[in-house]
Each structure stands twice: as structure tokens, then as C-alpha cells.
Write a protein that binds this ligand. Structure first.
Ligand code: PLP
Length: 325
């Protein structure tokens, strides 16, 4: 079901899973804030969980289980960078405690876990086609589900809860409509959908090139003792949405000065992500997440796009030599 963006896909996912006031939803903190905002849109309580390690930045199933209470309704997972969460353990927990699983798969189009596409393992998967994602329609998003009931209700909610669309009415199929649910205008428009279809055709080749970029980075960077390359041994198909590194035995000040040095040499970097549990608006839901805190302060996202050449990657790596790490 195409949608206006992923934020509204996540909002619909919460509604479709019957999550409401004071229900608890287990979520990551090392994610974009929209993952957690969606929990708040329906009045539920976000329960933040830590990541597994500095090498695996996805949610830790042991921490997830320790935070499940009688009020827990769902787990929202986020496949960081296109690398799968431990879905085997997470789906086992969902079964054991009767919880819904919503996958924020914004980073992960066509990425896989044990041969299954990410976004298709839980109850609902959510995708984004914003400008900086693997494929873009400017703004755009999508919700996927295998459940017929959820699918039909999502279609209703996307368009004001109306029982027929103007397209069908203009074709003479129906002249009337009823409004049967409290819906929204969360539609994607036709122009963006057309762009999206073309983008989708180009995706496999783009992802194949990104895999080469990642390989070149790993070859160059693994000699630096201070650089941890998360998911270094990951062997499944990944979209490689971003290329993060984590500095070991470092500090936020040190990380920031390295970013500064890279910027001065024309290399744009980013940080995925400032931890959500430390944002002012989430103070009341604060939780101790030592690994997330460290990574949030010591991670650098390096440039990642399919046309990044081996030569350019060498140039970036050279800068780390000068920094003597
Ligand atoms: C981009 C992103 C979102 C939000 O997607 P929009 O389409 O911009 O609303 C949510 N979660 C994650 C992990 C994202 O990367």
C-alpha cells in the first residue's frame, strides 16, 4: 500500500495493531525519531532497548525480553543500515508473549534475513522513499502486510475511511460512498508512484554496486585498529543504505574532531543516529542504554552511494592515516 511517507506508514501500523493509550511498545533508540514518534501518536509508551554490541547495532533480544511486561503490545524493530535484526529470536519472543511485530524497513529494501525479504517477516513492514533513501520519490512511503484484514483496513485509513475512491467513481463503478472509519489523507500521488516504479527497476543494480563499495571500504579500513566496522562479517544480502564506522576507546569530542577533519577535506559525514532516548521530548521515557549511548557518541557515517569509486575510498581512508588512528 503506497503512502505519503514512512512516518504515516508507522502511524497506520500502530492503529492496525490496535495499539493505544498506555500500551507499551518495545522500540530501538538508535533509529530515526519517526520510529518512536509513531508510538506516541497513538498515546502508547515507548520502551527503549539497547543494541547488541558495537559490531551489531540492531536491537538486543535479551534486552527486549527483559523489558516485556503485561502491558507490552508490540515490538517495533529497525533494520539498521539494511542489516537484519535477529528476527528468529524476535519472532520467537512475539509468539511466546503474543506480541505484534512492526518492521521499520526504511533502510532495507530487498535486504534479506535467512532468504526472506526484510519487512515481510513481522505483521507489518514500513518503507520510505524519501530523497535520501535507497530509492526515492521525493517524499513517499509504503506499508506491506500478508494479512488481508490489515491490508483492507490500511487502504480505508489511507483515504479518509471512504468506501470508494474518486477514481472508481469517475469510472462509473460507484456513485456513492460511505465513511466507515476515522481515516486520514495518507495517500501517495500518481506522479510519485510513477517515479517509484521506475526507481524500483533500477534498485537491484544500485544495490549490487553498493555491495562493491562496502567491500572496498572494508579492505581499506580494516587495518585501522581503532575503527570498528559494524556488521563486518554479515553475509546476507543487504541494501547497504549507509556505511557506519564506530571508533573504539574514543569520545564524542574525538569523534567530532575527526568529522571536522573529514569535512575540511571535502568529505561529508553524518551520524546515524543521535539516540532517541536522549532527546528532550523523550526524557520521561528515559532508559539506561550504555551501548546505544557509546555508539551514538562515537559513530561516523561515511559517504555511501553506488558511484563511489575505489580511488575515492582510498582518498577517504588516507585521511584516517593522517589522523594516526
Ligand atoms: C527515513 C526514516 C523514517 C521516516 O521516513 P519518512 O518517509 O521520511 O517519513 C523512519 N524510520 C527510519 C529508520 C528512517 O530511516
Amino acid at each position: 500500500i503506497s503512502l505519503a511517507n514512512c512516518t504515516v506508514a508507522l502511524h497506520l501500523a500502530m492503529i492496525l495493531c490496535d495499539i493505544g493509550e498506555n500500551d507499551e511498545v518495545i522500540c530501538p533508540s538508535l533509529t530515526f525519531v519517526a520510529t518512536v514518534n509513531a508510538v506516541r501518536y497513538v498515546g502508547a509508551i515507548p520502551v527503549f532497548t539497547d543494541i547488541k554490541s558495537y559490531e551489531d547495532l540492531t536491537m538486543d533480544p535479551i534486552d527486549i525480553e527483559s523489558k516485556i511486561t503485561s502491558k507490552t503490545k508490540a515490538i517495533v524493530v529497525m533494520h539498521y543500515g539494511g542489516f537484519a535484526c535477529d528476527m528468529g529470536s524476535i519472532m520467537d519472543l512475539a509468539y511466546k508473549y503474543n506480541l505484534k511485530v512492526i518492521e521499520d524497513a526504511c533502510h532495507a529494501p530487498l535486504s534479506e534475513y535467512k532468504g526472506k525479504k526484510l519487512g515481510t517477516i513481522g505483521d507489518i513492514g514500513c518503507f520510505s522513499f524519501f530523497s535520501n533513501k535507497n530509492i526515492s520519490t521525493g517524499e513517499g512511503g509504503m506499508l506491506v502486510t500478508n494479512n488481508e484484514e490489515l491490508f483492507s483496513r490500511a487502504k480505508l485509513l489511507r483515504s479518509h475511511g471512504m468506501t470508494s475512491m474518486s477514481y472508481e467513481r469517475s469510472k462509473g463503478h460507484t456513485t456513492e460512498y460511505d465513511v466507515v472509519d476515522l481515516g486520514f489523507n495518507y495517500r501517495m500521488d500518481d506522479l510519485r508512484a510513477a517515479i517509484g516504479i521506475t526507481q524500483l527497476d533500477k534498485l537491484p543494480e544500485d544495490l549490487a554496486n553498493r555491495a562493491v563499495v562496502r567491500k572496498n571500504y572494508i579492505e581499506q579500513l580494516q587495518m585501522f585498529e581503532k575503527i570498528i566496522i559494524p556488521f563486518k562479517e554479515y553475509s546476507e544480502f543487504s541494501s547497504n543504505y549507509i556505511f557506519p564506522i564506530v571508533l573504539s576507546a574514543s569520545s564524542k569530542t574525538e569523534r567530532d574532531s575527526l568529522r571536522q577533519l573529514l569535512a575540511e577535506n571535502g568529505i561529508q559525514t553524518s551520524v546515524h543516529y543521535p539516540a532517541v532516548h536522549r532527546f528532550s521530548i523523550y526524557k520521561q521515557f528515559y532508559s539506561e542504554l550504555p551501548k546505544t549511548d557509546y555508539v551514538s557518541d562515537n559513530l561516523i557515517t561515511l559517504p555511501m552511494y553506488s558511484k563511489l569509486s575505489k580511488l575515492q575510498i582510498n582518498e577517504i581512508s588516507e585521511l584516517f592515516t593522517n589522523y594516526s588512528i
